[in-house]
Design a protein around this ligand. Sequence first.
Ligand code: MLT
Length: 207
Amino acid sequence: MSTLTQLSHVHRFIPATSPRKPPLLLLHGTGGDENDLVPLGQAVAPGAALLSPRGKVLEGGRPRFFRRLAEGVFDEEDIRRRANELADFVEDAREVYGLQAPVALGFSNGANIAAAVLQLRPEVLAGAVLLRAMVPLKEPPQADLEGKRVLMLSGAADPIVPAENAARLVSVLKRAGAIVDLRTVPVGHNLSQADLTITKAWLHDGI
Ligand code: MLT
């Protein structure tokens, strides 16, 4: 049995006031921290428990969830290690806080690690909202994502994530059995009100 002090990631936990809602696992983008996505989590799933870890990799002092070699060029060995470490954190935190499996809500680097967790440790997540995600692993293992719901929101003018890359991630997840809803919002890499509105409606429809 894990205890709070043994949890591997610095994090924030906000207990549910509507305990029937699935918890959200908030995963920030590069240079963010455990506080970043809390307002978004509260806006899209009012009353849900929020579990928000800080990425353990530092890039020039800026937290991330895995190492990259350049913009969009990932250290895949590190992705595998960090995704497993994050999955272990989620399992331990569920025990400590008494949570059901969370839905990941990740932005950018946080969306990419969420996609990697889905592929490497699918049982850990009830579903995922991937905001500006790209393919994390060129050769992912055969994951069983049968029936798992995933919302992907891409930016039409995203200078970091090519549309072809986001589409490739959708196909890989679908091939593994996930029910993927890909929407394109008329913005770039940054989040917009449309992301919030679509995510809130999708979560409300039930995971
Ligand atoms: C980022 O800036 O975080 C990238 O777009 C995504 C990544 O490196 O994982």
